[in-house]
Design a binder for this molecule. Structure first.
Ligand code: ADP
Ligand code: MG
Length: 329
């Protein structure tokens, strides 16, 4: 069962360079969240701050009563064992085969016997579709396989929180779709709290329960997918729906003045597309429903009256579609 992660007033700088400031959000227990942001906005720095590998100057990250920023190392190290981290580049040891890479955290941090380790490693390699590839070296496999090996390694310690750094980077759309499905399936299997950072809008609109956006050193929004995908906030709408000038290239930051200018120009373009919430990925057949799904739906119901009529309508349509197709019972 996943644990909630609460981020309060977090700010990080390297010398004179502010990376982001005053980031406040809650990753709800067991839900999948995505943090969008162009390259260089500090997504990796954010993930490292959550597990206490980097120390922001101000703010707190609370996990089960432990503050990953300010508490003593001993407490932070103990809590870090509940996290699984999937690195952007896989972070595999090049001279070790996949089996040994995936077994590494178990050998390093537990006293399990080689027999137990073997059972766990092969189980997780099976989950990510790498069974039979145990002896390959990281340099002998494709980028997509390395990502999946990185995911298997993040899973062996039975994490309650999983952080994924750009699981799609360098992958083609087919492999990106495969890893997206894998992440939803992992969530259905183990109910972990998950945070995925990416600049892929397709992933943001189809995978997570919650979406956040880092832009120009600020968290411009964070909330349930139903709210973000129907948001009439110009920056959010531009990123997620391309309602006005089409999606902004997430790899290129535009400055605030340029954004404003575009928003003004777009206001004269006539009617915008009606708001529509794309369907969220479901666990593969044979897997249990995601435990967080009902909790998430209840949380959205609670705030429904505060949303615009168009947003409420889109959310009801999305629900009706889900019910028809066998989701959310
Ligand atoms: N250890 C560090 N020391 C100094 N600057 C850093 C360090 N790590 C990251 N940065 C800087 O922080 C910014 C955000 O980096 P990063 O989190 O890697 O962005 P993203 O993952 O969103 O592409 C970059 O400008 C990068 O140069
Ligand atoms: Mg990064």
């Amino acid at each position: 069962m996943g644990i909630e992660v609460t981020v309060e007033g977090l700010s990080k700088a390297f010398g004179p360079q502010t990376i982001w400031r005053d980031v406040t959000l809650t990753l709800p227990a067991g839900e999948v969240s995505v943090m969008l942001g162009p390259s260089g906005t500090g997504k990796t720095v954010f993930l490292k701050s959550l597990i206490g590998l980097l120390k922001p100057e101000t703010g707190r990250v609370l996990v089960d009563g432990v503050d990953m920023v300010n508490d003593p190392d001993r407490k932070v190290f103990a809590m870090r064992k509940k996290f699984g981290l999937m690195f952007q580049d896989g972070a595999m040891f090049g001279s070790m085969n996949l089996y040994d890479n995936i077994a590494f955290p178990l050998r390093e941090h537990t006293r399990k016997t080689e027999k137990e380790i073997r059972r766990i490693v092969l189980e997780q390699m099976d989950v990510v579709g790498l069974l039979g590839e145990e002896r390959k070296l990281p340099g002998q496999i494709s980028g997509g396989m390395r990502k999946r090996a990185g995911l298997a390694r993040a899973l062996v310690m039975d994490p309650e929180i999983i952080l994924c750094d750009e699981p799609d980077s360098g992958l083609d759309p087919v492999r990106t779709a495969y890893i997206s499905q894998l992440l939803i399936d992992v969530n259905a299997r183990i109910d972990a709290t998950m945070l995925i950072v990416t600049h892929n809008i397709e992933i943001a609109s189809t995978v997570p329960d919650n979406i956040g956006m880092l832009f120009l050193r600020d968290l411009v929004a964070f909330g349930p997918r139903e709210v973000l995908l129907t948001s009439e906030e110009p920056v959010v709408g531009q990123f997620l729906r391309g309602n006005r000038h089409g999606p902004i290239g997430m790899t290129e930051e535009k400055d605030a003045a340029k954004l404003e200018e575009e928003a003004r120009a777009a206001d004269t373009l006539g009617p915008v597309r009606p708001i529509h919430i794309p369907p969220q990925l479901r666990p593969s057949p044979g897997l249990p429903a995601r435990a967080a799904e009902a909790r998430h739906a209840a949380a959205v119901d609670a705030i429904l009256p505060t949303l615009s009529h168009a947003a409420q309508h889109a959310i009801r349509e999305n629900r009706a579609h889900l019910n028809q197709t066998g989701g959310l019972t």
